[in-house]
Design a protein around this ligand. Sequence first.
Ligand code: FE2
Length: 312
Amino acid sequence: MKYAIISDIHGNYPALKIVIEDALKNGAQYFLFVGDYCISVPWPGEVVDAIRAMDNAHVVRGNEENYLNIPDGPDAQFDISRWSKHTLSDVQKKWLNDLPFRLDFSCEDVDIHMAHSSEVFIGDAENGEFSTYKIALRYKDRCISHEEFQNDIQHELRQNKELKQQLEGIPSGVYIFGHTHSQWHLQMGNHWFINPGSCGIPLDCTEFGAPYTLLTVENGMVMLEEQRIKYDVDSLIKKVKSTEQYEKVPVWSEVIFREWLTGHEKVMFFLKYAEEYAQRIGDERRPFAHGTWEEAFREWYNTNLKNLACPK
Ligand SMILES: [Fe+2]
């Protein structure tokens, strides 16, 4: 059986579409989705409908799905979640809310486990050192190759004490998760760990594209192929700029553009900057008010983002 593993689409339907097409061309018979379908890119409804229409998919819920239940409010910080929420129908929202947090199944004699975050299986082993924030700090503004990232994470996880401890407590099998927007895999004995990266907003400091991972289970053997489909980031940004999301939630959209252009985490850095900015001007209101949010973005952009280091 050949599975295509896809995660963290975040409303990026153009990316999902090319990944599904490529996976089918590569012989994928079944699709495994590990969370974060909406919020940040303007096509959450199209993403949900495409996945709902599949009768050959296992789907688990991500942490971003929680933000679709956010109440209406006057702050700017959560406008992106509210925009996504209001574009989705009740049926689509119910489908997202009803998704399971974890799925476990077998293929031949291989047990396969799916959840949004590796935390469910291996505690803080990945998230501690390889959160998107820490990855961005580690590589500064450098754009690295997928091989360099893969070597670094595999090398460090093999020596990670917490992972060694966790391995004793979990049965052998394939463990699939997303959440950190970084594509990697690791085999330790009869344990396989697979993070397919983020289909919609990849943040592993590598070249822009839409990553996913193919998992083949055949005669009890486990085989992996990591894919990253290149597509045009400029056209994508242009497309977003013509949407209602860009009109109504421009700051968040612009931050996401910078994540696409660099492959680095930017949202967390902007939130940190906005906090410092708000404190400096004596605005204690949280979540952030519209004026503070927009002014903080202007200043952050001018002081931090003038020279983007990575190629498009
Ligand atoms: Fe995500």
